[in-house]
Design a protein around this ligand. Structure first.
Ligand SMILES: Nc1nc2c([nH]c(=O)n2[C@H]2C[C@H](O)[C@@H](COP(=O)(O)OP(=O)(O)OP(=O)(O)O)O2)c(=O)[nH]1
Length: 142
């Protein structure tokens, strides 16, 4: 008999769709080897007892050196390698925040305009999430 995986074994990874002037920030992973060179939404694992929005702000500060503000959850959840699942929030830079820099986990960043969204090789598992984020770029442009 295969025991079912308890829901508590699910670990949420929060990803930021960081928007600025109608562009989306994409980050190229530098590690681990099987993910290196592919692009993702910056973020990371939610720690025990941590709110996902707080994890997002913490990860963006650690990885990119920015002061970011979560705006809203992009509905849905996307499976990553078990036991991880990806949840996405749109986010923006708080006034006075430094510009993002690849401090940890990434070796390159790009601000993508709507027409450039598919110019980078996203992680396969991120493609459905990025597809759902894409329409929000034009909404952010004003
Ligand atoms: N941050 C992020 N991780 C993703 C995405 N897609 C995807 O498969 N992953 C995977 C990569 C990692 O196995 C895991 C998240 O790990 P991470 O390395 O970003 O998180 P973290 O900073 O909390 O990691 P850690 O080194 O503290 O363990 O989810 C994505 O869009 N964003």
């Amino acid at each position: 008999m295969t025991p079912m995986t308890p829901m508590t074994d699910r670990i949420v990874v929060v990803g930021a769709a960081l928007l600025d002037g109608g562009r989306l920030l994409a980050a190229r992973r530098s590690a681990p080897a099987d993910l290196a060179g592919r692009w993702e939404l910056p973020g990371g694992k939610v720690e025990a007892g941590e709110r996902p929005e707080d994890a997002l702000v913490r990860e963006l500060r650690e990885e990119l050196g920015i002061d970011a503000e979560p705006v809203e959850r992009v509905p849905g959840e996307w499976p990553l390698r078990a036991p991880y699942v990806l949840q996405v929030w749109t986010a923006r830079l708080r006034p006075g925040s430094p510009a993002p820099r690849p401090l940890q986990d990434h070796d390159e960043l790009r601000w993508l305009a709507p027409a450039e969204i598919w110019d980078v090789p996203w992680l396969d598992q991120d493609v459905p999430a990025v597809r759902d984020v894409a329409p929000r770029l034009t909404a952010d442009r004003g």
